[in-house]
Structures are given as structure tokens and as C-alpha cells.
Design a protein around this ligand. Structure first.
Ligand SMILES: Nc1ncnc2c1ncn2[C@@H]1O[C@H](COP(=O)(O)OP(=O)(O)OP(=O)(O)O)[C@@H](O)[C@H]1O
Ligand SMILES: [Mg+2]
Length: 579
């Protein structure tokens, strides 16, 4: 199949044969040894088996005490569900035969209308700080885990349907998701993965065939939208809030913090269980003291440090590509250091450190682009406090983890920015001045860095031609700003000359970290507009483009364009939490 005619019925999804629709970079599927049918997946339900569950089974919204999860089945109403888009590289992780996407019952199985053989579904209990305020119990109000799969490499992968119906954690809401937000989640998960950024993945997106009412702008004018369900895949969906909720409840639930931490370390950080004195995790505080915290003597402290470092590394990567999450509440922070919950996210177009894509965040801009590194630290602090309340770590260990967060972030961020400008070592002044110039002139973050690799250092260029390679990104700058940019380019060229790296070599290296294509909100919106009319071609094409973000893709240049004027209407670049 080309991305041509979209399947309009479950039957046509079969004749369209998604299995033959291989993106050109998906050779991994061919290399995989095992290709299983859905019925033959190797399920293993460690979460349900090893952790305390809810003793009640009803799905009325309620406080769920002394439990990490509630057993619940998908219950979203479904009528003639359709497969909108699918990811063969995620199927590959699961050892799933990509031909399975073409099964006529696939949309039924992945909307939860039929049960997958071997599944054991549940919703997780978690809490969270929302916009800095403790919100108490939240939990999977619309995500239902189907279970965990062990693949042929003995990796554990959790499958989860988002929008599959009510759970005890749904509070006042309907347990459902709409096509608009599901397309955004599906495409961005896969786009982030291809950018090399840790993330939850997305196996499939199906429409439910039912309408869902949403008041997108909270203006009292709800609209009916098509319902949809994404099947998300991650090694675990455990969040900071999964631990916080039990620590906040105190007393007997403190023991659950420990049980859950033991579970998480056993399955997802097993290297921390076998630490011994010869491991080099003890440290020097940097102020002349040393060995104040010996991490080898406390696996929970070592774990916290690793979560802190993974989070720091994740956020450094976000800053590198201009990704703004939009809702960095502690319930949206993965303990594995994955990007989780694609709600009102946005990639930077024009560089603006105060950019937030979330209208709910506008008053304080707590979650704006420039604040993300500090918010990551604040969130680690809250996670650490939960471990400390359960007496798994002490205050000193928490402080140490925060320090490691800071140093890891700076190391990674500097390394990323250094690669982005193609220099052999970090140059704070040069990069600082560049970002300042970009903010003043609202320069497109993605396109600028891509163009920067066209600057040559091995030839003489008259001053008035220095900006020519950057012209496409600097079209709107006034005359007075040309001077600032010319002076920066001169200094940059001088640095390049002394770097000893050839222009060709540098270009290849820069283009491997500066994407040509990012999932701009307006691109998502175009695909959503078409999908809402029943045409899924653009969603599929966008997926393919975003699977190769660093490659120049002939014929796809339009996907690298700046947002058109219509993109600035509410709901395209600015979204609320409502989805
Ligand atoms: N339509 C809904 N029905 C029930 N619960 C919902 C709904 N939308 C959000 N929630 C719940 O509200 C809380 C905060 O929502 P948030 O927007 O962070 O999450 P989400 O997008 O639903 O899920 P996730 O974090 O799993 O991607 C979560 O507990 C979530 O399950
Ligand atoms: Mg969430």
C-alpha cells in the first residue's frame, strides 16, 4: 500500500494490508527473528502478581486505599472501529508479526471491544502535584493496562489502551479520548523516539466509531468529536505520583512505597540490586568532603540518583529539539525517564524561552520551555520526599540526588548544544549570544540549526555575504540586527576554523543532531482535520516523515515549513489540558 486510499471499514483495512506498507527505515522488522500472532504473545503479569491490588471491583469513582491498582476491563463503547495508524517498529519490539495489523479483528482487540487472549487488565493508582499543588489521588482515569509482554530478548513491555473507558480513578470524567488528542499522542510518541528521545511508544490508533463530547476551550460550547484509543507501549508506566500517593497516605501505606520501590528496582533497575562495595557509586561532594553518601549501601538512594539522572538527561534532550511538554505535573513524570503523556505539548517554532503550549499554564508559565529543567528538579525533589517519608532514603541522599540532577543536566545540555553548533567543545559565550539573538529575532529553532551547517569556514567570505547561508531563517530581521548576526557569524567562523573539523565532516555531524523535520503543531492539526473527515492518509504520511527526522526527504520539503498564519488560531499552537 502507498499512503493512498485510507481504509474505510475494518475489511478494507485488511485489503489495504498495513503489513506491506513498510517505511523505508524499518529494516529492523525484517531482522527480527520472532514474528508472533496476537494469540501467541508471551504475557507475564508481574504488576498484578507482585503488588497489592484493590479489593473492590466496581468502577465507580472512589478513593482506592492500600493498593497499587484496580482490576478493570476496557468498557468504551465501540461501533465499527477503524485502524487509523500503526507502528511496525513497535510491533517489532513486541515480536508481533506486522501482518497482524491487517486482521479484521485488530480494531476490536485494540479498542478493547474484544479481549486479547492472555491479557489481565487493570488501572494504576497514582497521585500527583498539579501545577505545584498536591492533588491527591489521580490514577489511570482513562488508561487501562492490558498486561505485560516478555519478548524474545526477555524485555518486559506493558501494553495500555488510552481512552478505553471509566475506572475507579475517572473522578468526574468519562474515561474516553478523542481522535484529535489520540493522533497527537500517537504521532509525537513515535516522532520523539525517532529523534532519539526516551518516550512511551504507540502501537496503534483506532477510532471507536462513537462520538465523545469535549469542551476544548472551556467556553461552555462542547463539541462532539470522534472517539479514539491509542495502544501505548512502555517498559513501565510507573510515575513519580505512583510512589507519592502511598507516602502521602502514610501509616500502613508507607510499606507500599517500599514494596513498589522493590518491585521497580527488581524489574527495571536490576543492576542496582547487585551493587557491592567495588561499585563506584560513592562520591565526593565537591566542597572538599567526600564519601558523605555511599550509594552502594542503600539501593533506594542509588535508584533515586539514577531516576534523577535519567530525568535530567531526558529534559536536556527536550531542550535540544525545542520540545515543551506543557503539563509537567508529577503524575506525568516517568520513573524510567521517559516522556509520558502527550497532551498540550508543542515544539518551539520561533525561539522563545517563555513559550508554553498550554493555555492553562499561561498565567504563571510554570511549564514554559525555559522552566523545564528547574521543574524536573522540583519534581525529583517531590519524588525523593516520598521515598524519604517512607524512610527509604535520608535528606542527605535526597540532596545528593538533586545535585546529581543538576550536574547531569548541565553536562548533557552542554554536550547537546555543542553538537548542535558543530564545535569540539562547549563555548558558553558563543552559544549564549546565539540563543539571545534567536530570542530577540524570534528565529525558528529547528530550521536555524539545520541551516547553520551550511556555514563554511574554509573560504574567505566578504562581510556582507556572511549571512547568506542563514538567509532562509533570518528573513525578518531588521537592518540594525544584521550587525549583531554578522558579528556572531564572524566569531563562529573563527571558532570553526580553529576546530580542525572539515566543513563536510561537521555538516554530517550537525545534521545528525539537528532535525530537518519536527512535529510542529500545525502539521498535527492538518492531519487531524483530514482524519476527522475520515481520511487517514495525512496521519500516515506524517508518521513516515517523522520516522526519519534527520534525513532530507525529497518531496517532503513542505513538512519543514514554518507555520502558516492559520496555525496561530486558538487550538492549533495553543492547547488546554482538555482532551
Ligand atoms: N477523559 C478522562 N476521563 C477520565 N479521567 C481522565 C480523563 N482525562 C484525564 N483524566 C485523568 O485526569 C488525570 C490528569 O490527566 P492528564 O491530562 O495528566 O492525563 P491523561 O492525558 O489522561 O493520561 P496519561 O498521563 O496517562 O497520558 C489523570 O488521572 C487522568 O487519568
Ligand atoms: Mg497524565
Amino acid at each position: 500500500m502507498t499512503t493512498g486510499s485510507p481504509p474505510t471499514t475494518a475489511a478494507s483495512a485488511v485489503s489495504d494490508d498495513p503489513a506491506t506498507d513498510q517505511p523505508s527505515n524499518q529494516t529492523s522488522t525484517e531482522n527480527s527473528r520472532v514474528k508472533l500472532k496476537l494469540e501467541d504473545l508471551n504475557w507475564d503479569h508481574s504488576f498484578v502478581r507482585e503488588l497489592p491490588g484493590d479489593s473492590l471491583t466496581d468502577i465507580t469513582s472512589r478513593e482506592v486505599l492500600h493498593a497499587c491498582y484496580s482490576r478493570v476491563s476496557p468498557s468504551a463503547e465501540v461501533e465499527n472501529p477503524q485502524l487509523v495508524v500503526w507502528s511496525e517498529s513497535v510491533a517489532d519490539i513486541l515480536d508481533l508479526d506486522p501482518k497482524e495489523f491487517g486482521r479484521s479483528d485488530f480494531p476490536y482487540l485494540f479498542s478493547g471491544a474484544s479481549s486479547l487472549k492472555g491479557g489481565l487488565s487493570y488501572a494504576q493508582c497514582y497521585g500527583g502535584h498539579q501545577f505545584g499543588v498536591w492533588a491527591d489521588q489521580l490514577g489511570d482515569g482513562r488508561a487501562i493496562t492490558l498486561g505485560e509482554i516478555l519478548n524474545s530478548k526477555s524485555e518486559r513491555w506493558e501494553l495500555q489502551l488510552k481512552g478505553a473507558g471509566k475506572t475507579p480513578y475517572s473522578r468526574f470524567a468519562d474515561g474516553l479520548a478523542v481522535l484529535r488528542s489520540s493522533i497527537r499522542e500517537f504521532l509525537c510518541s513515535e516522532a520523539m523516539h525517532s529523534l532519539g528521545i526516551p518516550t512511551t511508544r504507540a502501537l496503534s490508533l483506532v477510532t471507536t466509531g462513537k462520538l465523545v463530547s469535549r469542551d476544548m476551550f472551556y467556553d461552555g460550547n462542547p463539541k462532539d468529536e470522534p472517539g479514539a484509543i491509542v495502544c501505548r507501549v512502555a517498559q513501565s508506566f510507573l510515575r513519580f505520583g505512583s510512589f507519592q500517593i502511598h507516602a502521602k497516605r502514610g501509616k500502613e501505606d508507607l510499606e507500599i512505597v517500599k514494596t513498589l520501590a522493590d518491585y521497580t528496582i527488581k524489574h527495571h533497575f536490576p543492576h542496582l540490586e547487585s551493587m557491592n562495595k567495588s561499585d563506584t557509586l560513592s562520591f565526593s561532594t565537591g566542597d572538599g568532603n567526600s564519601d558523605v553518601v555511599d550509594l552502594t549501601s542503600n539501593k533506594y538512594a542509588a535508584w533515586l540518583v539514577e531516576v534523577a539522572e535519567r530525568t535530567a538527561s531526558l529534559i536536556a534532550k527536550w531542550q535540544g529539539v525545542g520540545f515543551t511538554h506543557g503539563v509537567l505535573n508529577t503524575d506525568n513524570m516517568s520513573v524510567l525517564g521517559l516522556t509520558i503523556d502527550y497532551g498540550p505539548f508543542g515544539f518551539l517554532d520561533a525561539f522563545d524561552p517563555s513559550f508554553t503550549p498550554n493555555t492553562t499554564d499561561l498565567p504563571g508559565r510554570r511549564y514554559c520551555f525555559a522552566e523545564q529543567p528547574d521543574i524536573g528538579s522540583w519534581n525529583i525533589g517531590q519524588f525523593g520526599l516520598a521515598l524519604s517519608t517512607a524512610q527509604l532514603i535520608n535528606k542527605q541522599e535526597l540532596n545528593y540526588a538533586l545535585e546529581r540532577y543538576g550536574s547531569k543536566f548541565m553536562d548533557e545540555y552542554q554536550a547537546i548544544m555543542t553538537k548542535k553548533v558543530g564545535l569540539p567543545r562547549y563555548n558558553k559565550e558563543l552559544i549564549g549570544e546565539l540563543l539571545n539573538n534567536m530570542a530577540v529575532d524570534k528565529v525558528d529553532y529547528t530550521n536555524f540549526f539545520r541551516l547553520l551547517s551550511n556555514i563554511k569556514s574554509d573560504s574567505d567570505v566578504p562581510d556582507k555575504e556572511l549571512l547568506v547561508p542563514l538567509k532562509a531563517a533570518l528573513l525578518d530581521i531588521g537592518r540594525e540586527r544584521k550587525e549583531a548576526w554578522t558579528s556572531w557569524v564572524k566569531r563562529y567562523r573563527a571558532e570553526l576554523s580553529s576546530s580542525g573539523i572539515s566543513d563536510e565532516e561537521r555538516k554530517v555531524s550537525m545534521n545528525s543532531v539537528n532535525p530537518r523535520y519536527i512535529l510542529r503543531n500545525y502539521l498535527c492539526q492538518s492531519a487531524i482535520d483530514m482524519a476527522e473527515q475520515g481520511d487517514y492518509e495525512e496521519v500516515r504520511r506524517l508518521l513516515k516523515v517523522m520516522e526519519r527526522p534527520f534525513d532530507d526527504q525529497p518531496g517532503m520539503e513542505r513538512y519543514a515549513r514554518l507555520p502558516p498564519a492559520w496555525a496561530y488560531r486558538p487550538g492549533v499552537c495553543m492547547l488546554s489540558c482538555s482532551s
